[in-house]
Design a protein around this ligand. Structure first.
Ligand code: ZN
Length: 344
């Protein structure tokens, strides 16, 4: 049994998320001020399964991380279906959009549903962003994400997403990721003319990578917790992280996408921003946002984040596990290493 959903809810730069495991007991949604929404969910222990390990190892053997990708570069004259096909072939994913999408996502005990979005122009805009988000990762990584007989990563491009009896509202739930017994998928709301927040997609992909690291038994949460301050505990509650006493004490900043304002000593910085305190998965996904954005756009969203020794140690732990888990293109790895050295 291994089910997880993580939802990134972005409004004005705020990313929140939801985790629901197979035995999750309850899920609640609360709305905060203005355009920001906070989704909350109780999460419970998930288990990893032995059989997944073999499948992922054999999968890596069949991926050619050095193949020529020029045939898959998107062109503005491509139709949406031509773009989708190029992305599928380049990254080994399954892109599902228009009338073909799944509209009900209730397999982790959550009643999540999505509308359809069928406008060709908007789908093309979204596909370009999806391509940008996938392209930032070293060649070979995305296609090695599937494991345990789940098939390849599915990416659903949907209309507005809602939970329970909520009325679907564009952008209320920009994206979520699910890893259950049968499937691995990423669902993205493209209802706003296809415009999506690219770092949100990268954040979600970090969760998918994290799922795989867990299934391979590479992440030891006790070991991870040793990298956190003594006496620290994650909030483990998506509705309460903003009240955590640890934010001002140990975070680089208190909210997302702002420069560092907190003034604690350098050796007391362990987390990026308030959302990192929710749980270890969100800590790791937020931790990677700055590096990914720097690699993608050439500028940090959290300048100097990795200069803090504890933050750096955590990022290095994660990067090391990624290297162990995946067979990757060597020149892409070198370029990531260069980016890492530049900002750490
Ligand atoms: Zn997340």
């Amino acid at each position: 049994m291994n089910k997880k959903i993580l939802t990134a809810v972005t409004a004005l730069g705020l990313i929140t998320a939801m985790t629901a495991c197979g035995t999750a007991a309850e899920t609640t949604t609360t709305t905060t001020t203005g355009e920001s929404k906070v989704t909350a969910a109780e999460s419970s222990e998930s288990t990893t399964t032995e059989e997944n390990k073999e499948t992922s190892a054999s999968k890596a053997d069949t991926v050619d991380v050095n193949r020529d990708l020029t045939a898959y570069v998107l062109s503005d004259s491509d139709s949406a279906s031509q773009m989708a096909e190029k992305i599928e072939k380049r990254y080994g994913v399954d892109i599902v959009y228009g009338d073909e999408i799944r509209t009900v996502f209730d397999d982790a005990g959550d009643d999540i549903h999505a509308e359809k979005y069928t406008k060709e122009d908007g789908i093309k805009v979204a596909l370009k962003s999806v391509d940008e988000a996938l392209a930032v990762f070293p060649q070979g990584l995305i296609e090695q994400l599937s494991y345990g007989g789940k098939g390849i990563l599915k990416i659903y491009l949907t209309g507005a997403i809602a939970k329970g009896s909520e009325k679907p509202a564009p952008g209320a739930y920009p994206a979520f990721t699910t890893d259950d017994d049968e499937e691995l998928y990423l669902t993205i709301d493209i209802s706003m003319d296809g415009i999506i927040n690219v770092p949100t997609v990268s954040h979600e992909l970090t969760h998918v990578i994290d799922f795989k690291l867990h299934d391979l038994g590479l992440i030891d949460e006790d070991e991870w917790n040793k990298l956190n301050p003594e006496g620290f505990k994650y909030v483990e509650d998506y509705s309460k992280f903003k009240q955590s006493e640890f934010i001002d004490k140990y975070s680089y900043c208190s909210e997302h996408y702002i420069p560092r304002l907190l003034t604690q000593p350098d050796d007391q910085v362990y987390f990026y921003y308030n959302y990192s305190i929710v749980n270890a998965y969100e800590d790791r996904a937020t931790l990677m946002e700055d590096l990914i954005t720097y690699k993608m756009w050439g500028n940090e969203i959290a300048p100097g984040l990795y200069k803090f020794e504890h933050v750096k140690a955590k990022a290095e732990y994660l990067l090391d596990k990624v290297k162990q888990a995946f067979t990757l293109n060597e020149s892409d790895l070198a370029s990531w290493k260069k980016a890492w050295n530049e900002i750490s």
